[in-house]
Design a protein around this ligand. Structure first.
Ligand SMILES: *Cc1c(COP(=O)(O)O)cnc(C)c1O
Length: 422
């Protein structure tokens, strides 16, 4: 469910007209709904009524401090993949003992920062990384709690750029090395084994890969325990898909996912950890943009809008579908027009949609690109010296800018011309 609906002929985010945000903040702009964030967090959390779970929101999906603070108030933990994300999570009020640290390339500085903070667990992705963490922990007189991210070698569908659970992907410890990795870890003075971790991909729209992977890891937990390793937690990662408005198959609902996980793990005697990202933030955000020009090409019409691939890269990077709508509800009597919807950036890849049927639009009309709350603003860049797109959070009938649009001067002030040129 999303809280972006037409009321009295115009689209609102909860109680706020998107037009009002565009007038005050300008376009393009990301707009997030507090109610949707809260609802999605609760739906996920409540999918496990009979046991306590740690929902460690995947910060990389949308890492704005205001989004993190909204989730922190509901009791969320955080899954971070860098030292910067760790600092964000702590700054937003997420307690360190609810933070899990993932990622294939943690630096020693990041490790010591996380040990000082006292995070819940390091998800370790390779034996060299384990060796490095052990050395850091020993030098600090600490023991680092770890789980290995195991690679169960299942195909989770989805786009090849977001599949992570296959043997050929860079993620996780190869299945054939897992037992050896745990044996090594158990002999290291700076390491404390606490669990096992997996994350098999993103935008997964079918429960079967989860079922396969969970079953496989369940067997592994038995094996590891028989070898004397104290496996107390099972981190199932994120990856649950969400509807983007196309016809690519409805993803499973969180409670179906929850029921599957509960059934498969009920006899495992483990604490469950989840790392949902997209499922929480995706439909909680839109990218609001303005039509600059309508250009009649040789064989098609182009809708040139003021948002571009540097603001939302998913269509260019993953061939992602995003539903696009005008902010003003069309009257009842109109003929749909086919548009290629493109941005101003000098790349052919700067295309949000091809041959999309919309009511006829003219310059200055506002449009929303839906389902842009996850992997949107966080992947934005200043390519073409376009200022980073600002972000706004709505709650009820109020809204606030939670990251302003930088000026061109702000951008240029971070650069300098070396002495020999001046
Ligand atoms: C990206 C990521 C997630 C979140 O994935 P979603 O598809 O957004 O739920 C969770 N865990 C890890 C390790 C990740 O890299």
């Amino acid at each position: 469910m999303r809280h972006f609906e037409f009321i009295d002929g115009e689209m609102r985010a909860e109680g706020v007209a998107l037009r009002a945000i565009a007038e005050q903040v300008g376009t393009p702009v990301y707009v997030y709904s507090t109610a949707t964030l809260e609802r999605h967090y609760r739906v996920f959390d409540e999918a496990f009524p009979t046991r306590s779970v740690l929902v460690a929101y995947s910060v990389k999906a949308n890492s704005n401090l205001a989004v993190l603070a909204t989730l922190a108030r509901l009791g969320a933990g955080a899954d971070v993949v860098s030292g910067g994300e760790l600092i964000r999570a702590l700054r937003a009020g997420i307690p360190a003992d609810k933070v899990v640290f993932s990622g294939v390339g943690k630096t020693q500085d990041e490790m010591s920062g996380a040990l000082t903070a006292g995070i819940r667990v390091f998800n370790i992705e390779s034996e060299p990384e384990l060796t490095a963490l052990n050395a850091v922990a020993v030098s600090m007189g600490k023991r680092a709690p770890i789980a290995f991210r195991v690679n169960p070698d299942v195909s989770a569908g989805g786009h090849e750029k977001i599949s992570t659970g296959k043997a050929e992907n860079k993620f996780g410890v190869a299945w054939s090395h897992v037992e050896q990795a745990y044996a090594e870890a158990s002999n290291m003075p700076g390491i404390e084994i606490v669990g096992v971790d997996m994350h098999i991909g993103s935008q997964i729209t079918d429960l079967a890969p989860f079922q396969k992977a969970i079953t496989k890891v369940g067997e592994l937990i038995k094996t590891l325990r028989a070898q004397g390793h104290p496996i107390r937690s099972f981190d199932l990662g994120g990856g649950l898909g969400i509807p983007y408005g196309d016809n690519a198959g409805a993803p499973p609902l969180p409670n179906a996912y929850g029921a599957l996980v509960s059934r498969l793990t009920q006899d495992m005697d483990v604490d469950l950890i989840f790392e949902p990202g997209r499922m929480i933030a995706g439909n909680a955000g839109v990218l609001l943009s303005k039509v600059l020009y309508v250009k009649e090409g040789a064989d098609r019409n182009f809708l040139i809008i003021d948002a571009a691939m540097n603001d939302l890269i998913r269509p260019s990077l993953y061939d992602a579908f995003h539903d696009i709508e005008p902010v003003c509800a069309p009257g009842s009597d109109f003929t749909e027009t086919l548009y290629d919807i493109v941005g101003p950036v000098c790349e052919t890849g700067d295309t949000f949609a091809k041959q999309r049927a919309l009511p006829p639009l003219v310059a200055e009309d506002l449009v929303v690109i839906h389902t842009a709350g996850a992997y949107g603003a966080v992947q934005a860049s200043q390519y073409n010296t376009r200022p980073l797109v600002p972000e706004v959070l709505v709650q009820g009938d109020q809204f606030e800018v939670i990251r302003p649009r930088p000026s061109i001067e702000d951008i240029l002030s971070t650069e300098s011309i070396p002495n020999w040129l001046v």
